[in-house]
Design a protein around this ligand. Structure first.
Ligand code: ADP
Length: 497
């Protein structure tokens, strides 16, 4: 890995922070308490800006605005075509400001600028356009009845959607939540993650410039146990969507149940297997397994964090995986060609280093890495462990950092059993040229996504979500519309059947 000089001397971002207030009812406003919290640059730990800190009073104000916009405003009642056109205009504006938004995202999150500018902001645009496309294609059915009745179903928006998102892909998560909710005619109160409040405020402003009526999309920055919990337990929120850790998912589900039984979708943690079979091309498998784990500084809920390699190619694979990690270019995310920036914050950074120590103590072989990089900010060396055993902490818990764990297996039956032996079930990677092996694995793995000879393919139309404790429900694709619609059956007698 490169110990880049740019780690010592951070590059100045080419963007200014324009919005730090809460966005309620179409206006930027201070928190009711007047409080702010600092959002930090992960490259240095220094303050980027002080951001309004929402608490329950602010959630109350935002929910009231969303309620009014739903009950009395034009949004749910306007034609679907008009809604679609507003969403398409928003996508155009986001596209126009791609580079500024990407710079803001990288500054607040630490991910490589090229990833923000070339993958994530374009993905946000694609998702908004995708859901805009659905807006005028949502309709109910005519249903046959055992009698002289005309029966139809109306697919109606649920109302006020509360949405809580994490910091690892701030705007992609924003799009997964906001896209389908708006296409279906709902109004929204969205709480961003406290680590990354900036980009959603900018993008939400663009939705308003595109013609979104006030109160339809409200953004509250703030912390989980205060603003987040207030949203999850609000009596006037009709639906809750959450992405984050499994631990917090359990908390918000309880809050939703104890308050008004609002339906909840959850996208939670994972410990995804990446299975390299004996027929695999080792070089390709090494590269894909490396990407599956290290992408986004290893901060992916679906990271391929258990690399299972067939014993016949294991030795070669480990040597090459180590060499690939050593070549990984780590440095200032604003610099061109950087593959890995800093981790999000000191908490995550410390947690990752603790897991690395635990790996060493429990007897896994540290092939490379294992420490921080530089002496500023939250950079971690790309780390590879081999000889990882299923019972070790690093084999069981989500690390959320650039730490690859390699396991050895003998046969398919064994690897299926071991891959499934986890509380999680988010995703899996399968690397083989053999169709029968691929079919056997894709059927046997208890996960929401299986990527065969690819990984992290995230098209707008592909549903995503978890089996087991990785979540409830699906986001993206047509499946996500269900989360934001309710079905009304309308029955009328037929007078002259
Ligand atoms: P992470 O460990 O990745 O930060 P979390 O699940 O804690 O994951 O955070 C994901 C989102 O959930 C963030 O927006 C965070 O503020 C929010 N959150 C954390 N705790 C709570 C809570 N008790 N109630 C509601 N939201 C919460």
């Amino acid at each position: 890995y490169s110990t880049d000089a740019a780690i010592e001397e951070p590059i100045k971002p080419s963007v200014q922070v324009e919005h730090t207030q809460l966005l309620i009812n179409g206006k930027f406003v201070d928190a009711a308490s007047g409080k702010t919290f600092p959002t930090l640059d992960p490259r240095t730990g220094e303050v980027i800006a002080h951001v309004a800190e929402g608490h329950s009073e602010d959630i109350d104000r935002a929910v009231a605005a969303a309620r009014k916009a739903f009950d009395q405003g034009p949004w749910p009642k306007m034609t679907a075509y008009e809604r679609q056109r507003i969403l398409l205009r928003a996508a155009d504006l986001i596209e126009k400001h791609n580079d500024e938004i990407a710079a803001l995202e990288t500054w607040d999150n630490g991910k490589p600028y090229e990833q923000s500018a070339q993958i994530e902001i374009p993905m946000l645009v694609r998702l908004v356009r995708y859901y805009a496309g659905w807006a005028d294609k949502i309709h109910g059915l005519t249903v046959p009845a055992d009698g002289p009745y005309h029966v139809q179903t109306l697919h109606e928006p649920i109302g006020v959607a509360g949405q809580i998102i994490p910091w690892n892909f701030p705007l992609v998560m924003f799009a997964w939540k906001v896209g389908p909710a708006l296409a279906c005619g709902n109004t929204i109160v969205l709480k961003t993650a406290e680590q990354t409040p900036l980009s959603a405020l900018y993008v939400a402003r663009l939705f308003h410039e595109a013609g979104l009526p006030p109160g339809v999309l409200n953004i509250v920055s703030g912390f989980g146990p205060t603003a987040g919990a207030a949203l999850a337990s609000h009596m006037d929120v009709d639906k809750l969507a959450f992405t984050g850790s499994t631990e917090t998912g359990k908390v918000v589900l309880q809050l939703a149940t104890k308050s008004n039984l609002k339906p909840v979708t959850l996208e939670l943690g994972g410990k995804s297997p990446f299975i390299v079979c004996e027929d695999a091309d080792v070089d390709q498998a090494v590269e894909l397994a490396h990407f599956a784990l290290f992408f986004n500084q290893g901060q992916c809920c679906c990271a391929g964090s258990r690399t299972f390699v067939h014993e016949s190619i294991h030795e070669e694979f480990v040597a090459k995986a180590k060499a690939r990690a050593l070549k990984r270019v780590v440095g200032d995310p604003f610099k061109s060609g950087i593959e890995q920036g800093p981790q999000i914050d000191s908490d995550q950074f410390e947690k990752i280093l603790k897991y690395i120590r635990s790996g060493v103590e429990s007897g896994a072989t540290l092939e490379t890495g294992g420490d921080r990089l530089g002496n500023k900010g939250f950079y971690v060396q790309p780390t590879v462990f081999s000889n990882v055993q299923d019972g070790m902490l690093i084999a069981k818990e989500e690390i959320f950092g650039p730490v690859q764990s390699i396991f050895k297996f003998k046969d398919l039956g064994e690897v299926i059993q071991r891959a499934n032996n986890t509380q999680y079930g988010l995703a899996a990677g399968v690397f083989t040229k053999n169709l029968d092996t691929a079919n056997t694995l894709t059927r046997a793995l208890r996960v929401g996504t299986v990527w065969v000879n690819c990984f992290d393919t995230f098209d707008a139309a592909i549903p995503f979500g978890g089996y087991k404790m990785s979540g409830q429900g699906r986001e993206k694709g047509e499946y996500s519309l269900k989360n934001y619609l309710q079905v009304k059956a309308v029955v009328t007698p037929l007078k002259n059947p």
